[in-house]
Design a protein around this ligand. Sequence first.
Ligand code: S3P
Length: 192
Amino acid sequence: MQSPRPYHNIALVGFMGVGKSTVGQILAGMLDFEFVDTDRVIETREGRRISEIFAQEGETRFRDLETNLIREYETQQGLILSTGGGLVVRPENLASLRTHALIVCLWASPAVIYERVRYQGHRPLLQTPDPQGRIAELLEQRKPAYQQADILVGVDFRSPQETAQYITNSFRLLRHSPRRSASSPTQSVPHR
Ligand code: S3P
Protein backbone atom coordinates (compact mmCIF):
# COMPACT_ATOMS: atom_id res chain seq x y z
CA MET A 1 0.00 0.00 0.00
CA GLN A 2 1.20 3.47 -0.84
CA SER A 3 2.24 5.46 2.22
CA PRO A 4 0.57 8.85 2.68
CA ARG A 5 2.33 11.89 1.32
CA PRO A 6 2.97 14.63 3.88
CA TYR A 7 1.69 17.98 2.64
CA HIS A 8 3.38 20.40 5.00
CA ASN A 9 4.03 23.00 2.33
CA ILE A 10 3.00 24.04 -1.17
CA ALA A 11 5.61 24.32 -3.92
CA LEU A 12 4.75 26.35 -7.00
CA VAL A 13 6.60 25.30 -10.12
CA GLY A 14 6.17 26.45 -13.71
CA PHE A 15 7.71 28.50 -16.45
CA MET A 16 8.97 32.08 -16.09
CA GLY A 17 6.17 34.62 -16.14
CA VAL A 18 3.31 32.31 -15.17
CA GLY A 19 2.76 34.24 -11.94
CA LYS A 20 4.29 31.98 -9.26
CA SER A 21 5.33 34.88 -7.02
CA THR A 22 2.03 36.74 -7.29
CA VAL A 23 -0.08 33.63 -6.73
CA GLY A 24 2.29 32.46 -3.99
CA GLN A 25 1.89 35.66 -2.01
CA ILE A 26 -1.90 35.49 -2.24
CA LEU A 27 -1.79 31.83 -1.21
CA ALA A 28 0.40 32.63 1.78
CA GLY A 29 -2.21 35.14 2.93
CA MET A 30 -5.09 32.71 2.42
CA LEU A 31 -3.45 29.87 4.33
CA ASP A 32 -1.46 31.97 6.78
CA PHE A 33 1.75 30.36 5.51
CA GLU A 34 5.15 31.99 5.01
CA PHE A 35 6.00 33.01 1.44
CA VAL A 36 9.45 32.08 0.14
CA ASP A 37 10.76 32.90 -3.32
CA THR A 38 13.78 30.69 -3.98
CA ASP A 39 15.24 33.07 -6.58
CA ARG A 40 15.18 35.92 -4.07
CA VAL A 41 16.74 33.75 -1.32
CA ILE A 42 19.59 32.83 -3.68
CA GLU A 43 20.12 36.46 -4.67
CA THR A 44 20.15 37.62 -1.05
CA ARG A 45 22.58 34.95 0.06
CA GLU A 46 24.87 35.46 -2.92
CA GLY A 47 24.62 39.23 -2.78
CA ARG A 48 24.14 39.42 -6.56
CA ARG A 49 21.45 39.08 -9.17
CA ILE A 50 20.69 35.76 -10.85
CA SER A 51 21.76 37.28 -14.16
CA GLU A 52 25.16 37.97 -12.58
CA ILE A 53 25.48 34.40 -11.30
CA PHE A 54 24.73 33.13 -14.82
CA ALA A 55 27.20 35.57 -16.38
CA GLN A 56 30.00 35.06 -13.85
CA GLU A 57 29.77 31.34 -13.10
CA GLY A 58 27.32 29.83 -15.55
CA GLU A 59 23.95 28.14 -15.35
CA THR A 60 25.30 24.98 -13.67
CA ARG A 61 26.46 26.99 -10.68
CA PHE A 62 23.02 28.55 -10.37
CA ARG A 63 21.37 25.11 -10.62
CA ASP A 64 23.65 23.81 -7.84
CA LEU A 65 22.67 26.71 -5.59
CA GLU A 66 19.03 25.98 -6.35
CA THR A 67 19.37 22.27 -5.57
CA ASN A 68 21.20 22.92 -2.29
CA LEU A 69 18.59 25.46 -1.24
CA ILE A 70 15.60 23.28 -2.08
CA ARG A 71 16.89 20.53 0.20
CA GLU A 72 16.78 22.91 3.16
CA TYR A 73 13.00 23.00 3.03
CA GLU A 74 12.54 19.26 3.55
CA THR A 75 12.28 19.73 7.31
CA GLN A 76 10.09 22.84 7.30
CA GLN A 77 6.35 23.40 7.49
CA GLY A 78 3.84 26.11 6.61
CA LEU A 79 5.68 27.42 3.55
CA ILE A 80 4.59 28.54 0.12
CA LEU A 81 7.65 27.99 -2.05
CA SER A 82 7.77 29.89 -5.30
CA THR A 83 10.52 28.23 -7.33
CA GLY A 84 12.56 29.28 -10.35
CA GLY A 85 11.17 28.16 -13.71
CA GLY A 86 14.02 25.72 -14.36
CA LEU A 87 14.01 24.00 -10.99
CA VAL A 88 12.15 21.00 -12.40
CA VAL A 89 14.93 20.15 -14.85
CA ARG A 90 16.75 18.26 -12.12
CA PRO A 91 14.68 15.24 -11.06
CA GLU A 92 16.24 15.33 -7.59
CA ASN A 93 14.63 18.72 -6.98
CA LEU A 94 11.16 17.36 -7.65
CA ALA A 95 11.95 14.30 -5.53
CA SER A 96 12.97 16.57 -2.67
CA LEU A 97 9.79 18.65 -2.92
CA ARG A 98 7.69 15.50 -3.03
CA THR A 99 8.85 14.55 0.47
CA HIS A 100 7.05 17.51 2.07
CA ALA A 101 5.03 19.60 -0.36
CA LEU A 102 2.04 19.57 -2.63
CA ILE A 103 3.61 20.39 -5.99
CA VAL A 104 1.49 22.72 -8.07
CA CYS A 105 2.44 23.66 -11.61
CA LEU A 106 1.09 26.88 -13.07
CA TRP A 107 0.74 26.42 -16.79
CA ALA A 108 0.44 29.12 -19.45
CA SER A 109 0.63 29.06 -23.24
CA PRO A 110 3.85 30.34 -24.92
CA ALA A 111 1.98 33.40 -26.27
CA VAL A 112 0.74 34.44 -22.83
CA ILE A 113 4.19 33.88 -21.31
CA TYR A 114 5.80 36.01 -24.01
CA GLU A 115 3.36 38.87 -23.41
CA ARG A 116 4.14 38.77 -19.70
CA VAL A 117 7.92 38.68 -19.93
CA ARG A 118 8.67 40.65 -23.10
CA TYR A 119 9.34 43.94 -21.28
CA GLN A 120 11.30 42.38 -18.42
CA GLY A 121 15.02 42.21 -19.01
CA HIS A 122 16.21 40.30 -15.95
CA ARG A 123 15.88 36.71 -17.16
CA PRO A 124 19.20 35.49 -18.55
CA LEU A 125 17.71 32.59 -20.52
CA LEU A 126 15.53 34.97 -22.53
CA GLN A 127 18.30 37.36 -23.56
CA THR A 128 18.34 36.03 -27.12
CA PRO A 129 17.36 37.52 -30.49
CA ASP A 130 14.26 35.30 -30.55
CA PRO A 131 12.81 35.12 -27.01
CA GLN A 132 9.46 33.87 -28.30
CA GLY A 133 11.11 30.90 -30.02
CA ARG A 134 13.24 30.26 -26.93
CA ILE A 135 10.14 30.20 -24.70
CA ALA A 136 8.40 27.66 -26.96
CA GLU A 137 11.56 25.52 -27.09
CA LEU A 138 12.22 25.54 -23.33
CA LEU A 139 8.56 24.94 -22.53
CA GLU A 140 8.52 21.90 -24.79
CA GLN A 141 11.74 20.57 -23.24
CA ARG A 142 10.44 21.03 -19.71
CA LYS A 143 6.87 19.89 -20.27
CA PRO A 144 7.48 16.27 -19.15
CA ALA A 145 8.97 17.56 -15.89
CA TYR A 146 6.18 20.09 -15.25
CA GLN A 147 3.66 17.33 -15.83
CA GLN A 148 5.03 15.50 -12.84
CA ALA A 149 3.47 18.06 -10.53
CA ASP A 150 0.56 16.87 -8.38
CA ILE A 151 -1.73 19.52 -9.81
CA LEU A 152 -1.55 21.44 -13.07
CA VAL A 153 -3.43 24.72 -13.10
CA GLY A 154 -3.99 26.59 -16.35
CA VAL A 155 -3.55 30.33 -15.79
CA ASP A 156 -4.19 31.78 -19.25
CA PHE A 157 -7.78 32.61 -18.28
CA ARG A 158 -7.56 32.74 -14.49
CA SER A 159 -6.67 35.71 -12.36
CA PRO A 160 -3.98 35.20 -9.68
CA GLN A 161 -6.76 35.39 -7.07
CA GLU A 162 -8.80 32.66 -8.79
CA THR A 163 -5.70 30.51 -9.17
CA ALA A 164 -4.82 30.89 -5.50
CA GLN A 165 -8.37 30.04 -4.45
CA TYR A 166 -8.34 26.91 -6.59
CA ILE A 167 -5.04 25.78 -5.07
CA THR A 168 -6.18 26.54 -1.53
CA ASN A 169 -9.31 24.43 -2.04
CA SER A 170 -7.30 21.52 -3.46
CA PHE A 171 -4.74 21.74 -0.68
CA ARG A 172 -7.36 21.71 2.07
CA LEU A 173 -9.14 18.75 0.49
CA LEU A 174 -5.95 16.74 0.07
CA ARG A 175 -4.70 17.53 3.54
CA HIS A 176 -7.90 16.26 5.08
CA SER A 177 -8.58 13.29 2.85
CA PRO A 178 -7.81 9.91 4.50
CA ARG A 179 -5.29 8.71 1.87
CA ARG A 180 -3.66 12.08 1.40
CA SER A 181 -1.93 11.13 -1.79
CA ALA A 182 -2.09 12.94 -5.11
CA SER A 183 -0.75 9.92 -6.96
CA SER A 184 -1.74 11.11 -10.44
CA PRO A 185 -1.69 14.72 -11.58
CA THR A 186 -5.00 16.53 -11.51
CA GLN A 187 -5.48 18.75 -14.52
CA SER A 188 -7.53 21.84 -14.27
CA VAL A 189 -8.93 23.21 -17.49
CA PRO A 190 -9.27 27.00 -17.62
CA HIS A 191 -12.90 27.90 -17.14
CA ARG A 192 -13.33 30.97 -19.32
C1 S3P B 1 14.81 30.41 -14.82
C2 S3P B 1 13.75 31.08 -14.28
C3 S3P B 1 13.93 32.22 -13.35
C4 S3P B 1 15.27 32.13 -12.64
C5 S3P B 1 16.38 31.95 -13.63
C6 S3P B 1 16.22 30.70 -14.49
C7 S3P B 1 14.54 29.28 -15.76
O1 S3P B 1 12.90 32.21 -12.38
O2 S3P B 1 15.27 31.06 -11.72
O3 S3P B 1 16.44 33.10 -14.43
O4 S3P B 1 15.45 28.47 -16.01
O5 S3P B 1 13.39 29.16 -16.25
P1 S3P B 1 11.38 32.68 -12.65
O6 S3P B 1 10.64 31.49 -13.15
O7 S3P B 1 10.90 33.09 -11.31
O8 S3P B 1 11.43 33.80 -13.63
